[in-house]
Write a protein that binds this ligand. Structure first.
Ligand code: NAP
Ligand code: HSE
Length: 433
């Protein structure tokens, strides 16, 4: 970049988010130039298919299917990667950094698996690597964790960080819409990943939690360190019973410091109805961070969709452009604690909701109670729900007092083997207020 020139952007991807970013760069060019002090120039746009109809009018000459036109182009100062997926995005990001280009990405998969390597590479070359859009869509959370809350010892993060699943759970709980319809709606609204399995199986939320936990707990976290369960096993009955018991079911991403280690998990959780997290609906996301200085801070906003995500990408781009325009040095912002580690899920202690179908006859409850008691799991309540005269079975909903995860999983296995058990339905962890 020469002193009197604009800052050139190479955009990779012109899908849901890429289109929003291209439109903003083209339509708000004057306002953005005033903010930076130089124009931001969209130099090249990488796509897979040149002939695909687009929701944004980008001059045809800017489109290319050849990544070299961005990566090997001296005119490109900043690469904005909005293709998604691990490959070839990772290789393109590495090549962009190797070629001395600053990078903005929304790619949580790449960051959750290779973030530390990319940050090291960027740092070694004195380049900016920004990724605000990778977690929480339009919610600023990477900036606060790496800057505003930096002086805190963070003790916990509790978050709803997947818009697709929160949209589905809200539609199922509030509007009694079936799972498949709600998923189709989320896809139509542009919230879902290219492969929605990543959303509904909690993979996307686990990627995001890995990124947040790395920054908050200064621990090197890989996506595979996060315990994960998705929402596909939940049934309409679970939402009804949860409500009767005073809870909402949410896909929570939880990171917590426990005795010097970090506990990381993504799973459906029963959240008390009166809490803020229970009230986060639709494609909204929320991240609650607890620090020793700031106390509890809650970030809330639209976590998916073209415009909120564009907001985060453009914010990163503007920050880089301003720093470049000011010739400011790059600050290395990730200082990891080599002693910090992730603790096993088995050590979790929490309350559980269990829903199962058993033979509707005397002595059955006593057998189940004995298994739980022998494993030191105390029952808080048992409710017998629908009895089916035809099959001679009844549905039980058991709420436990806090118990150890390993013991509860063992109890669940032993109950499954009882001759009186017809079906194990759902086991949901309860998250205290
Ligand atoms: P998308 O709609 O599927 O768009 C992907 C774009 O990348 C398309 O334009 C596609 O080209 C292009 N592309 C994909 N692979 C390519 C390749 N190998 N070579 C060249 N171009 C390629 O995805 P998106 O929803 O915008 O998501 C983009 C990124 O933002 C992902 O990392 C996603 O996780 C993240 N994100 C998305 C949201 C959201 O709400 N959608 C929110 C936050 C973060 P064609 O159009 O020619 O097929
Ligand atoms: N598929 C993601 C979601 C997009 O539903 O939250 C935002 O990262």
């Amino acid at each position: 970049m020469k002193a009197d020139e604009g800052i050139s952007v190479g955009l990779m991807g012109l899908g849901v988010v890429g289109s929003g970013v291209a439109r903003t760069l083209l339509q708000k060019a004057g306002a953005l130039a005033r903010l930076v002090g130089r124009p931001l120039v969209l130099r090249r746009v990488l796509v897979r298919d040149l002939h695909k109809p687009r929701t944004v009018e980008v001059p045809r000459a800017l489109l290319t299917t050849n990544p070299e036109e961005l990566l090997a182009n001296d005119d490109v100062d900043v690469v904005v990667e909005l293709m998604g997926g691990e490959h070839p995005a990772l290789e393109y990001l590495q090549r962009a950094l190797a070629a001395g280009k600053h990078v903005v990405t929304a790619n949580k998969e790449v960051l959750a698996k290779h973030g530390a390597v990319l940050l090291d590479q960027a740092s070694a070359k004195g380049l900016h690597l920004r990724f605000e859009a990778s977690v929480g869509g339009g919610i600023p959370i990477i900036g606060p964790l790496t800057r505003d809350l930096l002086g805190n010892e963070i003790s916990s993060i509790r978050a709803i960080i997947n818009g697709t699943t929160n949209y589905i759970l809200t539609r199922m709980a509030r509007d009694k819409v079936d799972y498949a319809t709600a998923l189709r709606e989320a896809q139509g609204l542009g919230y879902a990943e290219a492969d929605p399995t990543n959303d509904v199986e909690g993979i996307d939320a686990a990627y995001k939690l890995a990124i947040l936990a790395t920054l908050a707990f200064r621990t090197r976290v890989h996506a595979t360190d996060v315990y994960r369960e998705g929402i596909t096993r939940l049934e309409a009955k679970d939402f009804r019973y949860a409500h009767e018991l005073g809870y909402q079911i949410k896909l929570l991403a939880i990171g917590r410091q426990v005795n010097g280690a970090v506990q990381l998990r993504v799973h459906p959780a029963m959240v008390p109805l009166e809490t803020s997290l229970a009230k986060v609906d639709g494609a909204y996301n929320a991240v609650e961070v607890e620090g020793d200085l700031a106390g509890k801070v809650m970030f809330h906003g639209l976590g998916a969709g073209a415009l909120p995500t564009t907001s985060a990408v453009v914010g990163d781009l503007l920050e880089i452009a301003r720093l470049l325009a000011a010739n400011a040095p790059v600050v290395q912002r990730l200082a990891l604690d080599p002693d910090s580690h992730v603790c096993p899920m088995d050590d979790l202690v929490t309350q559980y909701y269990m829903r199962l179908n058993v033979a509707d006859r005397s002595g059955v409850l006593a057998q189940i109670g004995r298994i739980l008691g022998d494993l030191d799991i105390s029952i808080a309540s048992v409710i017998q729900k629908d009895a089916d005269r035809r099959t001679g079975t009844a549905e039980l909903v058991i709420m436990t007092h806090p118990g150890r995860e390993a013991a509860v999983q063992e109890a669940w296995r032993q109950v499954a083997r009882l001759g009186v058990t017809d079906r194990l339905n759902t086991l949901i962890r309860v998250e205290a207020a």
